[in-house]
Design a protein around this ligand. Structure first.
Ligand code: ADP
Length: 414
């Protein structure tokens, strides 16, 4: 089954086509046919597309909205000029899997999209006003292009965290606010945390129930998850993706009173402060330079800039603090797993986060850590009681696999 996986943003669309089915899933023989990204939707858009291991191609096209973008993409993929021999027409795309950011309390697992499910995703717009509308547009556009007979599946960023108990999901604010507005912790990056937890137990030959780990997804957005017995029991992102770790442009945790202090002192509205905390803070806000960890590290090496150093130190300290908190919450863990652009590629950030954690039985192997860049591997030494791994995430693969499983009516995958 050729599954088109879509991850839609406000003006971007990431896509992959992955051939998979139940047999391939069991044998780890999923086949990634092509991948790419469209940026600048709404104007002269830039389209990147790559067929298997061939060179990446870049094109431009005026694409006014999501529907025009998907139409362009599907036509391109099916055309001779793309060179994608597996896809000759829309009929060669058998299903569509969508990353949907917010599933609220209703969606605890991936769902086959019908009118009722679509309405449920719409009901979550309140919780994710910047994200869910884009996902809905992608679903509707795919319906227009492929027709109702091509099944579509929604895979929710929040679903993996549905197992978080109330002691960790509820905020200590008047309870009626939870009842009235569903203000609680939902957590995000669930597909990524779930994928690396699955890879961890495959690497170690463990069962789901034996999976007791802390996963750190460190990319532009960053979150930590405490996974006990295979289930998420806590995570650092909250009602929105702003809470928790320091991120590229997001502050993560802060004293909630700071919001009104900034509003008052800077003459800003609540929503302007919200934007500041989401887009002008984090690594960018502290360094005053960039949200990009790679650039910060290069800058630190070259100029030893004080604020750049501070940005990296605050980022790593916050992550270490969450590891400590989750070790306490879980009653100990077997491993820490790093993923995301920073977690997969920056041995320096991993080493900084893990430094001084010998008390918890964690000892990084410098050589292994430095060698394990962009690939799976153990990065702790033989003496380490708490293991550390780097595991590249692959949300698209999990979305493609969930799409197949949901369509086939297979039990919800662990
Ligand atoms: P997203 O959350 O948007 O998917 P990614 O997971 O791609 O983002 O992560 C992007 C981050 O990863 C950026 O801060 C980037 O600088 C960082 N990154 C990528 N490669 C490296 C590297 N070799 N060293 C340090 N940081 C890196």
């Amino acid at each position: 089954m050729n599954v088109l996986v879509l991850n839609s943003g406000s003006s971007s669309l990431k896509f992959q086509i992955i051939a998979t089915d139940m047999e391939r899933i069991q044998q780890y023989k999923d086949d990634r046919i092509c991948r790419g990204e469209v940026e600048g939707i709404g104007g002269e858009a830039i389209v990147h597309a790559q067929y298997r291991n061939e060179p990446n191609r870049t094109m431009t096209a005026p694409l006014r909205d999501m529907s025009a973008t998907l139409d362009y993409l599907v036509r391109y993929i099916a055309s001779d000029r793309s060179g994608i021999s597996e896809i000759k027409s829309t009929a060669d795309i058998h299903a569509v899997g969508h990353r949907v950011v917010h599933g609220g309390e209703r969606f605890t697992e991936s769902a086959l999209i019908n009118d009722d499910v679509l309405k449920g995703i719409e009901d979550c717009i309140d919780l994710a006003p910047l994200h869910n509308p884009n996902n809905i547009r992608a679903i509707q556009s795919a319906r227009e292009i492929f027709g109702k007979d091509v099944p579509q599946v929604a895979v929710f960023d929040t679903a993996f965290h549905h197992s978080i108990p109330e002691q960790a999901s509820l905020y200590a604010i008047p309870y009626h606010l939870y009842r009235r507005h569903r203000i609680r912790r939902y957590g995000f990056h669930g597909t990524s945390h779930r994928y690396v937890a699955f890879r961890y137990r495959a690497l170690r030959g463990l069962t789901r129930e034996q999976t007791n780990i802390i996963t750190l997804h460190l990319g532009n957005g960053c979150s930590a998850a405490a996974i006990k017995g295979g289930n998420s029991i806590d995570t650092s992102m909250g009602m929105t993706p702003l809470e928790g770790l320091v991120m590229g442009t997001r502050s993560g945790d802060l004293d909630p009173a700071i919001v009104s202090v900034i509003a008052r002192k800077e003459g800003m509205s609540a929503s302007e402060v919200d934007t500041l905390l989401n887009t002008q803070s984090g690594l960018l806000g502290i360094s005053g330079l960039t949200n990009d960890m790679r650039e910060l590290q290069a800058e630190l090496k070259e100029h030893d800039d004080r604020r750049v150093r501070l940005a990296i130190e605050i980022f790593c300290y916050r992550a270490r603090k969450y590891i400590g908190a989750y070790l306490a919450a879980m009653g100990g863990a077997d491993a820490i797993v790093f993923t995301g652009g920073i977690g997969e590629n920056s041995a320096d950030v991993r080493a900084r986060i893990c430094s001084g954690m010998e008390w918890a039985g964690l000892q990084i192997d410098d050589a292994k850590n430095n060698e394990t860049i962009g690939r799976e591997g153990l990065i702790s030494n033989e003496k380490s009681k708490l293991l550390a791994y780097a595991i590249p995430t692959d949300e698209e693969l999990l979305i493609a696999r969930d799409t197949v499983r949901v369509i086939k009516g297979e039990p919800h995958p662990s």
